[in-house]
Design a protein around this ligand. Sequence first.
Ligand SMILES: *[C@@H]1O[C@H](CO)[C@@H](O)[C@H](O)[C@H]1NC(C)=O
Ligand SMILES: *[C@@H]1O[C@H](CO)[C@@H](O)[C@H](O)[C@H]1NC(C)=O
Ligand SMILES: *[C@@H]1O[C@H](CO)[C@@H](O)[C@H](O)[C@H]1NC(C)=O
Length: 208
Amino acid sequence: MKFVKFSTCLLLLVLVTIPWTICQFIVGKPCPYPEKRPVIQNFDLDRYVDGKWYEILRYEQHFEIGCDCNFATYTKTPKNGIKVKNCCKRSRHAQTSCVEGSAYVSYPKAGPVEGKLNVTFSGPPDNSNYWILATDYENYSIVYSCKNISDEKSAEAAWLLSKQRTLNPIISDEANNLINNYFQRDEMRITRQDSNLCDHNQNHFHLN
Ligand SMILES: *[C@@H]1O[C@H](CO)[C@@H](O)[C@H](O)[C@H]1NC(C)=O
Ligand SMILES: *[C@@H]1O[C@H](CO)[C@@H](O)[C@H](O)[C@H]1NC(C)=O
Ligand SMILES: *[C@@H]1O[C@H](CO)[C@@H](O)[C@H](O)[C@H]1NC(C)=O
């Protein structure tokens, strides 16, 4: 298993035109069969989209490099859509900047409905790429995505999100157990959410 480090990522970005996968967490095996990862069942979208989700941990992603203070909001739109807004800050003096995307429940007619979403920031939402492995809707969510690159390689994404800026220790123990089961904890980056850096009380953010 190999992790492409941030510095390597940047260097490669400068040197060559690279495939999108290079700055992701590359695992030396294909994605597991879907049934080998639990996904939350009887998914309650209304409870999930309520409030703000703060990022606590992540595998580094090309679109999040250098980002701290990350949070996401999900807002239901007519016709079963979900407006996604992802915000973060790249340095102390930078403004919090956001990108907007859209999402749909991947298989809304399935019974029971699973916590799988198709999220896109450009192009059609034709990829079930946001799987909620576990959530209690009010405290934490563990989100996972995997894409096969070849027969021996895949790119994984994983996030621990929380509705609070810091997880209380009980929830944090529970979430860490799940993370230890599914992910490589020591390869996950801790997202800063402290008020020295972040502008969480501000309500208007710059849209990229
Ligand atoms: C990835 O490939 C493996 C092995 O061929 C397969 O079992 C798995 O379902 C594939 N996963 C995805 C998300 O395409
Ligand atoms: C989500 O993407 C999957 C393919 O991964 C597709 O089968 C499904 O129809 C999509 N769902 C929606 C609501 O577009
Ligand atoms: C969220 O965490 C709080 C504090 O531990 C707890 O009281 C509450 O029951 C939790 N919510 C859910 C839905 O488990």
